[in-house]
Design a binder for this molecule. Structure first.
Ligand code: NAI
Ligand code: MG
Length: 499
């Protein structure tokens, strides 16, 4: 099997890959009940690099019971300050294993190594440290009540309980930590299901959490398919909350499954995020920003700026800048030096994205750059730009989740009407505005229906900033204090001092 591995992989990553990967339940690696295994593929070559255990509903049940025991037992006895220290140790261990984690993330998700090392790994350590700070600061309040007599009233913010977390394949480390860190900070326990395509780094994180002293059963990792593993988590009566990132279709299934015990649900479901470039903008920076947003990680980003609206006076200039960059982009294996864009995750995703590119042209769009896809040795789609795109075309209305930009022009000065065009989507995750006019920037920010608005930028990756969507982009916000709220219940306690 080692012959199929990229030669750039270090010893630690190789040694991890060569292990027999199991499920992490109650602090121990255990075989799955089914005994079945799934191939784990390097999308940059198409080669199998490992196999992972396929959990069953019985395994999920075991994990839920372990999480419940930890929640009611050892984890409930750990003081907030001790939780902080454990989380900080966890963050330090992640940094100690940064190269190994980055290489595993790169070889399994396809994202270029420098992004994995300097973006994902650095980012998850930051996220842990940020959330670790909240453990000692997330108390309740003492409201000034007006009931007759004398009262002492206060609120308690308590952990929601056992949480199920179901994550996708595009950012395996980040998506895991955006969910694990606030759950740990608030005193919840976790049953996590990584994507069946990218379970490796979550398993490694689970081991590092144990090494950091986080008690057995607090973080359980069950690998396997959406059905049965994700479905069993969503439906399980012993789970108090489920947090999901992925497709709208699966999000809807999870909402239905969760209705049995009315567990709390948070969802992050992607988008079709507009980028609006006004003529006074820094056009060079806008073109570069658009490219890094839609082509970085081959467009497999929920907040990717996939609908571009450029004022007609500067449309040609901006589009030429984008096409020049797209055509010059170095595609390749994520571990190869100089790679700017890696593969898409799978043959299925390649076919899906290529299908959109074909269909867009059939529906009347023009191919302005890229357009080719090749699945012979890894799954690669060229950075692609479509012009002449209109509402009603599938490439306009649907999330492609590939390196495909739909570019349109506008000639309007009326901000309400520009916003109406940008808002004409079922999604509402992110939006980006490019202008030097501060008044226009703030006015547009208010008019856009999006959970995240960036001005003269396409992303704002910071642990403090809430992340999530309006409309069908989801329910709730991750990151920031809002994530603490997602993992807590509020209890109002009122004491009549006269009785
Ligand atoms: P998906 O939403 O089906 O998969 C995401 C996670 O949900 C995986 O862990 C999967 O095993 C799990 N899952 C699948 N079916 C489930 C079920 N019935 N119950 C519980 N969990 C279940 O996404 P998929 O099929 O990999 O990708 C399809 C499209 O979804 C992409 O092309 C993209 O448009 C969108 N997507 C959006 C993401 C985002 O970050 N918002 C991430 C991944 C996909
Ligand atoms: Mg699916």
């Amino acid at each position: 099997m080692t012959s199929t591995l990229h030669p750039g992989l270090g010893e630690a990553a190789r040694s991890f890959l060569s292990r027999t990967h199991q499920l992490l339940i109650d602090g121990r690696m255990v075989e799955s009940d089914s005994g079945r295994r799934t191939d784990i593929v390097d999308p940059g070559t198409g080669a199998v690099i490992a196999t992972a255990a396929e959990a069953s509903a019985t395994d999920v049940d075991r994990a839920v019971h372990a999480a419940r025991r930890a929640f009611e037992g050892p984890w409930s006895k750990v003081t907030p300050a001790e939780r902080t220290r454990m989380m900080l140790r966890f963050a330090s261990l992640i940094e100690d294993h940064a190269d190994e984690l980055a290489e595993l993330e790169c070889i399994n998700s396809g994202k270029p190594l420098p992004f994995c090392r300097n973006g994902d790994v650095v980012g998850i350590a930051e996220m842990l440290r940020y959330m670790a700070g909240w453990t000692t600061k997330m108390g309740g309040e003492t409201p000034n009540v007006s009931m007759p007599g004398e009262w002492h009233a206060y609120t308690l913010r308590e952990p929601v309980g056992v949480v199920g977390q179901i994550i996708p394949w595009n950012f395996p480390l980040n998506m895991a930590m955006w969910k694990i860190a606030p759950a740990l900070a608030t005193g919840c326990t976790i049953v996590m299901k990584p994507s069946e395509q990218t379970p490796l780094t979550a398993l490694r994180l689970g081991e590092l959490a144990l090494d950091a002293g986080i008690p057995a059963g607090v973080l359980n990792i069950v690998t396997g398919f959406g059905n049965p593993v994700g479905a069993a988590i969503a439906a399980h009566p012993g789970i108090d909350k489920v947090a999901f990132t992925g497709s709208g279709e699966t999000g809807r299934r999870i909402v239905q499954a969760a209705s049995g015990n009315l567990k709390r649900v948070s969802l992050e479901l992607g988008g079709k995020s507009p980028v609006i470039v006004f003529p006074d903008a820094n056009l060079e920076a806008a073109a570069a920003g658009v490219c890094s947003s839609i082509f970085f990680h081959a467009g497999q980003i929920c907040a990717a700026g996939s609908r571009l609206y450029v004022h007609e006076r500067v449309f040609d200039e901006v589009l030429d800048g984008i096409a020049k960059r797209a055509n010059a982009m170095k595609m390749g294996h994520g571990m190869d030096a100089g790679t700017q864009m890696g593969p898409v995750i799978s043959r299925r995703q390649l076919d899906r994205v290529a299908g959109y590119i074909d269909q867009g042209q059939q529906e009347g769009a023009t191919l302005f750059a890229g357009g080719q896809a090749s699945g012979e040795h890894g799954y690669f789609v060229q950075p692609t730009v479509l012009t002449g795109v209109k509402p009603g075309m599938r490439v306009h209305d649907e999330e492609i989740f590939g390196p495909v930009l739909c570019a349109m022009s506008f000639n309007d000065e009326d901000l309400d009407s520009i916003a109406a065009t940008a808002n004409a989507t079922t999604y509402g995750l992110a939006a980006s505005i490019w202008t030097k006019d501060l008044g226009r920037a703030h006015k547009m920010a208010r008019r856009l229906q999006a959970g995240i608005v960036n001005v003269n930028a396409l992303s704002s990756p910071d642990a403090t900033l809430p992340y999530g969507g309006y409309k069908q982009s989801g329910w709730g916000r991750e990151r920031g204090y809002d994530a603490i709220k997602l993992y807590t219940e509020v209890k109002a306690v009122a004491i009549n001092l006269n009785n």
